[in-house]
Design a protein around this ligand. Structure first.
Ligand code: RP5
Length: 163
């Protein structure tokens, strides 16, 4: 199996208000024993921070980027345009449109710059961590085993009969 340089995940979000959703992503990464960093970067409020971050992500030993954003959610797409790393987008549930705006902004990237888009809100945050783990597991057997154990526990937690 080829050695990879890094298995670190970078979680970014457009605002402090996104953290109540994105902290679930952190929780799953911790359970899987995957290293991560967490940052607030807004594509429209801190464009210079966005540029610096995305241009240096690979150099900073990041393997996968998870970007959560709400509303007109251009953060994941802009990051993806500035790096060759895989970018996973989590549409944050917005107040006015319940996250449909976020989902479409992230999923409907025109051809040329991809963003792997997850479900709106908490499900998406959790699945983004699991998908990042699957990407890392391609070249990291430890993480693959952690993921396997997580799936076994999930299956065990499903009762055979309703109460
Ligand atoms: C986006 O605007 C953020 O990702 C957030 O989901 C949304 C609202 O941000 P706040 O007004 O709560 O800071 O940039």
């Amino acid at each position: 199996m080829p050695k990879i340089k890094s298995n670190k995940v970078s979680i970014v979000m457009g605002s402090q208000s996104d953290f109540k959703t994105m902290k679930l992503c952190q929780k799953v990464l911790k359970l899987l024993n995957i290293k991560f960093e967490t940052k607030i970067i807004s594509a429209h409020r801190t464009p210079n921070r966005l540029y610096e971050y995305a241009k240096n992500a690979e150099k900073n030993d990041i393997a996968v980027i998870i970007a959560g954003a709400g509303g007109s959610a251009h953060l994941p797409g802009m990051i993806s345009a500035l790096t060759y790393l895989p970018v996973l987008g989590v549409p944050i549930e917005s107040k006015k449109l319940k996250g449909l705006d976020s989902l479409l902004s992230i999923a409907q990237m025109p051809k040329g710059i991809p963003v792997g888009t997850l479900a709106i809100g908490e499900d998406g945050a959790i699945n983004s961590a699991l998908l990042a783990a699957s990407i890392i597991a391609i070249s990291d057997n430890k993480i693959k085993n952690n993921l396997r154990r997580w799936r076994i526990n999930q299956s065990r937690s499903v009762k055979k009969k309703p109460k």
